[in-house]
Design a protein around this ligand. Structure first.
Ligand SMILES: [Mg+2]
Length: 309
């Protein structure tokens, strides 16, 4: 593809900032490949390395505005720090798959090979998406926050497995976690408040989803979840027994979201999650703390570079 065939957007990205997290071994290994890809496409690149947690956000906030776009090469944590720092600024963020799970890069369909990812994003389009924001505080998430299946799978999925099999490792681990929660009778009482309405039930997992699908649409969290509709979607999984737990996975894989006593879906702008007993919760694959937690939607807060459909 010659320079004349490149679309308008690519021509607008002349100067880019690449924030890379050398603590991610994949990012460290792929940095040279990324730099070459930018150079080949005629983009003047400045590289900034993060030194500590929170540094990616500081770099993006201090310097992001000087560039046509900010790219991150690290895990989802690095990407979300930059997205949070640039939230509302209109500076587009290109998330390169430089971590182990790469949930965000996968969710927008970015190729996993770095050279191809750089090309696809420079050739891509701009998409504004909602973010979830924890209250109080500044922490945001792009994919999902939750308790149960997703928190357990982050704790239990070995790093080597995540790197090798990516999100499929999460799916396998998630199924196992859901089933084992039922086998161990590891339920909690969930009190979920969505825009003031309270729902209380025994559950094994609850997910607050922003993106409705990851894995190129092979697994979805719930019905009609849109990443730019100004609401978050709570998905509550409460199987009473092994058969119902298997049924949840089966319905997820088949994208069957008809109402069922073992899985309910509620959407709203403000969601509070309380559990008895208290449980750890995570967002975008990072363990964040112990319930209760409260999130609200920030409509169209992040501007992402995504591959063209
Ligand atoms: Mg939504």
């Amino acid at each position: 593809v010659g320079i004349l065939a490149r679309p308008l957007l690519a021509l607008l990205i002349r100067r880019a900032l690449l924030i890379t997290n050398p603590a991610s071994r994949r990012a460290a290994r792929l940095r040279g490949t990324a730099e070459q890809a930018f150079a080949k496409l005629g983009v003047e690149l400045t590289v900034a390395e993060t030194r500590y947690a929170g540094h990616a956000g500081e770099i993006a906030a201090a310097r992001g505005g000087e560039y046509d776009a900010v790219f991150t090469l690290g895990g989802d944590g690095t990407a979300m720090e930059a997205a949070t720092a640039l939230s509302g600024s209109g500076v587009p963020i290109g998330v390169l798959p430089g971590g182990t799970g790469n949930l965000l890069a996968r969710a927008v369909g970015t190729p996993l090979r770095i050279g191809r990812a750089v090309g696809a994003l420079l050739d891509g389009e701009i998409r504004r998406i909602d973010l979830g924001r924890f209250r109080p505080g500044d922490t945001r998430f792009a994919i999902a926050a939750g308790v149960g299946i997703d928190a357990s799978m982050v704790e239990r999925t070995p790093v080597r497995l995540k790197r090798r099999f990516g999100v499929m490792a999460y799916v396998a681990t998630a199924s196992r976690a859901a089933l084992s929660a039922v086998i161990r009778r590891d339920f909690f009482t969930l009190r979920l408040t969505v825009d003031g309405k309270v729902e209380e039930r025994r559950a094994v997992a609850v997910m607050i989803a922003n993106f409705g699908a990851v894995l190129n649409d092979r697994i979805t969290f719930g019905p009609g979840i849109q990443v730019d509709d100004g609401v978050l979607d709570a998905c509550v999984y409460s199987p009473a027994n092994l058969r119902e737990a298997l049924g949840i996975m089966w319905r997820l894989l088949r994208k069957d979201f008809r109402s069922h006593r073992s899985s309910i879906y509620l959407s709203g702008r403000h969601i509070r999650v309380e559990t008895d007993p208290p449980r750890t919760y995570q967002a975008d694959g990072e363990l964040l703390g112990t319930t209760p937690f409260e999130v609200e939607v920030e409509p169209l807060a992040a501007t992402l570079l995504v591959p063209r459909r």
